[in-house]
Design a protein around this ligand. Structure first.
Ligand SMILES: [Zn+2]
Ligand SMILES: [Zn+2]
Length: 526
C-alpha cells in the first residue's frame, strides 16, 4: 500500500523492518508493478531485492522508460524459457508475453502504441544478455564442449543464435553452474524468428551482433518467411501503416542475407506467394466494406506500389513469377503461382457452421487487384502464363468448383494462415466430385488458348472481349447477401449455381468463339 501511496519514507521504513519486497497481495501484480510510473520507488524496491522480471511488462505497458532501464539493469528475464520454471508476474497471463521483445514488437506494430525506443532498449538488453551467456560458457566449458552445443569457432563471428544459446545454458546447468534468469534465450531458432519484427528492430539486432538472419527452424520457417507471413489482424484503420511496416521488414531481410525464398518443406511456397496472399487479404479488408473503404483501397494501392516494387523486384530476381507450389487443385494447371495466392486470399472461407459458403470478391475487384500486382512488379508485368492461369482460376470459380489448394485464410484458432486446411481424403473426394466440372473447365481454357494463339497480336483487346462475352455465357456467380448485417457483400452459395448441361457445352463454346471472332474482325476493320 505504501507503494501505491507513493510514500517513499514509508516504503523505506517497511524495507528496513524486513518486509518482503516480493510479497504479492494482488497477484499477478508485484509491489514493483505498482511502482511503475514512480521511478524513485521502483529504484528502492529493486535495490531491496525486488524481482525485476515481475514488472517488466508493466513498465512497457505504461511506457515508463526510466523504470524499464532499471529493471533491465537489474537482470530481468527476457524470455519465458521453458527450461526455467519459476515465472512470476505477468508472464503467464498471455501467450504473447513469452518474449519481452515479442511483446514490445506486438504493441508497436499491431496495436500501434509505444515508441520504438522501447524495442531499442530491449534489443540492447538481449544482446548484453547473450554476450554474458557466451562469456559464462567460455569460462566453464572447453572448446569441444562449446562446439557440441553448436558453437562455431572462432567465437567472435557475432552472437550465437538462440538455439545454440539454449544448448549452452542447458550444458551450464548440467555442470551445476547457475545461469541467471536474465541470460536465458528464447525457445526459438533465432531472435529474428520473433513475429512482428520491424526493420528498425532487425537492424538493431544485426548491429548488436546477431548476424545469422536466415536460419530455418524445425518446421522449415526462416525469419523472412515468418515475417512475410502475416499472423495478426491489424485494425483496418492501421492497414496502410501496417502494410508499410511489414514490407519494410521483408525488404530488410532480403537485403541482409535472407536468400531462402522457396520452401520445399512448406508445400513448396515462396515468399512471393506469401506476399501475394498478404496483399490479397489486405485488399479484402477493404472490399468487404466497399462503400466505406473504396478510397482507402486506392490509397492502399499507391502505398503498395511505392513500397512493394523494390521487394518484388528483388524476389523475382531470385525466382520466376511462374514459381509453383505443390498444390494439386484444379484451379491451377500444376500448382499455385504467386498470382493464385493473391487472388485466392481475397476470398473468405466460411469459419462457422451457421455461416456456410464463401465470401467472394467480384471479378472487377479481382481485376483491380491484378492491376495493382502488375504495377507493383513493374519490371515483371503479368506473363502470358499468369494470365492464362488467372483465366483458368476465374472459370473454375464461375463453374462453382471447389478449391483444395493452400493459402486459404481461416480465422480459426490462432488467426493464422494455414497451408493445408483440408484432409487428403477430403481433397480427394472433392476432386472426384468435380471431375465432370473439370472437363468443362478444360474445354473453356482450351478455347481461350485457341483464341489467344489466333489473336496474339491483339491480346489486350481479346482479353477484354473474352470477359465481356463470357459474362453472357458463363456469368460470374449470382451473389446473394444474407449477411448484410455483417457488412459483407457477396456470398456465393454453391447450390445457387446452375450447372452447364453436358449437351449445352459445345453449343456455348461455339457461340463464344463466333461472338469473339465477329467482334475481333470489327475491331481490325476499324
Ligand atoms: Zn484452388
Ligand atoms: Zn497453393
Amino acid at each position: 500500500m505504501a507503494v501505491i501511496e507513493r510514500n517513499q519514507a514509508k516504503v523505506e521504513r517497511l524495507i528496513r523492518k524486513g518486509h518482503d519486497v516480493n510479497d504479492t497481495f494482488s497477484p499477478p501484480f508485484s509491489p514493483l508493478c505498482f511502482a511503475v510510473g514512480w521511478n524513485a520507488g521502483a529504484k528502492l524496491l529493486l535495490r531491496a531485492g525486488a524481482d525485476p522480471s515481475t514488472a517488466i511488462h508493466w513498465a512497457i505497458v505504461y511506457e515508463d522508460e526510466l523504470t524499464l532501464r532499471d529493471i533491465l539493469h537489474s537482470g530481468s528475464r527476457l524470455f519465458a524459457s521453458p527450461s526455467t520454471s519459476r515465472i512470476k508476474g505477468l508472464w503467464n497471463h498471455c501467450w504473447r508475453y513469452e518474449s519481452v521483445l515479442g511483446f514490445v514488437l506486438w504493441r508497436q506494430s499491431v496495436q500501434g502504441s509505444i515508441s520504438p525506443t522501447f524495442a531499442h532498449l530491449i534489443v540492447g538488453a538481449v544482446a548484453d544478455s547473450r554476450r554474458k551467456l557466451m562469456d559464462l560458457s567460455q569460462k566453464y566449458m572447453s572448446l569441444q564442449e562449446l562446439k557440441k552445443c553448436g558453437w562455431v569457432d572462432p567465437p567472435n563471428q557475432g552472437l550465437v543464435s538462440d538455439a545454440v544459446a539454449t544448448e549452452l545454458a542447458r550444458s551450464l546447468l548440467e555442470l551445476k553452474i547457475s545461469v541467471p534468469e536474465g541470460l536465458w534465450p528464447s525457445g526459438k531458432q533465432s531472435i529474428y524468428h520473433e513475429e512482428q519484427m520491424t526493420a528498425a528492430a532487425a537492424d538493431d539486432l544485426f548491429k548488436a551482433g546477431f548476424q545469422a538472419v536466415d536460419l530455418e527452424d524445425k518446421e522449415g520457417w526462416t525469419p523472412l518467411l515468418r515475417n512475410a507471413w502475416f499472423s495478426w489482424w491489424s485494425h483496418w484503420q492501421r492497414r496502410k501503416l501496417y502494410l508499410q511496416q511489414r514490407i519494410a521488414c521483408i525488404y530488410w531481410f532480403l537485403q541482409h542475407g535472407g536468400a531462402r525464398v522457396v520452401f520445399p518443406n512448406l508445400n513448396g511456397i515462396s515468399v512471393a506467394h506469401v506476399i501475394g496472399a498478404y496483399l490479397g487479404h489486405t485488399w479484402r479488408l477493404g472490399w468487404s466494406r466497399e462503400h466505406v473503404w473504396k478510397e482507402d483501397n486506392q490509397e492502399l494501392c499507391q502505398e503498395a506500389e511505392l513500397h512493394l516494387s523494390p521487394v518484388l523486384d528483388r524476389v523475382f530476381s531470385l525466382i520466376s513469377t511462374s514459381q509453383r507450389d505443390d498444390c494439386q487443385c484444379f484451379c491451377s494447371e500444376n500448382g499455385c503461382l504467386p498470382v493464385h495466392a493473391l487472388l485466392s486470399n481475397m476470398r473468405l472461407n466460411s469459419f462457422s457452421e451457421s455461416w456456410p459458403g464463401t465470401l467472394w470478391p467480384t471479378w472487377t475487384d479481382e481485376q483491380e487487384l491484378l492491376r495493382m500486382w502488375r504495377i507493383c512488379a513493374a519490371s515483371n508485368p503479368l506473363s502470358e502464363l499468369e494470365l492464362f492461369e488467372v483465366c483458368r482460376y476465374q472459370i473454375f470459380n464461375r463453374l462453382g468448383m471447389r478449391h483444395t489448394c493452400c493459402a486459404s485464410w481461416s480465422i480459426g484458432k490462432q488467426r493464422l494462415f494455414q497451408f493445408q486446411t483440408m484432409e487428403e481424403s477430403e481433397k480427394h473426394e472433392i476432386r472426384e466430385e468435380d471431375a465432370y466440372a473439370k472437363s468443362q473447365l478444360d474445354a473453356f481454357t482450351l478455347l481461350y488458348q485457341e483464341l489467344n494463339a489466333k489473336y496474339y497480336d491483339r491480346f489486350t483487346k481479346l482479353w477484354d472481349m473474352w470477359w465481356d462475352v463470357l459474362e453472357e455465357y458463363l456469368p460470374s456467380v449470382n451473389w446473394t447477401n444474407p449477411f448484410s448485417n455483417l457488412g459483407m457483400r457477396h456470398i456465393q452459395i454453391h447450390d445457387d449455381l446452375v450447372p452447364i448441361e453436358e449437351h449445352e457445352l459445345p453449343l456455348r463454346l461455339d457461340q463464344i468463339k463466333e461472338r469473339i471472332a465477329t467482334a475481333m474482325e470489327l475491331v481490325s476493320e476499324i
